[in-house]
Design a binder for this molecule. Structure first.
Ligand SMILES: [Zn+2]
Length: 226
């Protein structure tokens, strides 16, 4: 059903996961089709009968899916390649001639993989997710974190005021690029802070990045309409 190259790639990913040691999973499940005991490392297919296996979302996080370390720093090309590899073998179109259960599993897996990719490729969403799986859910909409950072509230308020005073698209574009630059700097700093386990500064940087990104997004949408 799957090309040898694709299968090899998926199996290789299992090896990588083992190398990184990020998966201390107790999956201890068996293949739904043949009963083969599945390896501890996350695998999309049974090594015995080659049937697709449903992703256990309670035990596997978004990083695990792509065989990545659960850290902030990320090579977007590696993420994209891993995403394409996975989608290539789990896309529901590949299961048109399979059982209804396998179709259902492929849709479920594919949706989870898409969601994981969407979150991890966005620096703002990636740090929010990373903090949340480490028990620090400070970036959710209901956390009230924004109000705990008065300096940030003033910065965002002033920034929005500045924007209203800009008179043409060129000025808007320049301002947008300024915000992009700050976002890039924040992201680089978070990479270092995460490696240093400086959680409090990671959080303050992440909150600032989240709200600056919101402003940037409003710029982007506005410029699209111009
Ligand atoms: Zn099997």
């Amino acid at each position: 059903m799957f090309s040898r190259t694709c299968r090899k790639s998926i199996l290789h990913r299992c090896v990588n996961l083992k190398k990184f040691g990020t998966l201390n999973l107790k999956l201890s499940s068996n293949c739904w089709k043949c009963g083969f005991k599945l390896p501890k490392q996350f695998c999309v297919f049974c090594n015995s009968c080659n049937k697709i296996q449903k992703i256990n979302v309670d035990k596997i996080n978004y990083f695990d899916i792509f065989g990545l370390k659960s850290i902030y720093k990320m090579d977007s090309k590696v993420l994209e390649a891993a995403f394409k590899d996975l989608q290539n073998v789990t896309h529901p179109d590949k299961f048109n001639n399979e059982s209804s259960y396998e179709k259902e599993v492929s849709v479920f897996n594919s949706s989870f993989i898409n969601q994981a990719y969407s979150v991890l490729k966005s620096p703002v969403e990636r740090i929010a997710y990373l903090l949340s799986i480490n028990g620090c859910d400070v970036l959710s909409e209901n956390s009230g974190t924004y109000t705990k950072h008065p300096a940030l509230m003033i910065e965002i308020f002033k920034l929005r005021e500045d924007i209203y005073e800009l008179s043409n698209i060129n000025e808007l574009e320049i301002k947008r690029e300024e915000i992009m630059k700050i976002l890039g700097e924040l992201s680089s700093e978070i990479e270092i802070l995460w490696d240093c386990d400086d959680v409090s500064r990671v959080v303050s940087h992440a909150v600032r990045m989240k709200y600056l990104y919101k402003v940037h997004l409003s710029f982007f949408l506005f410029l699209l309409m111009c």
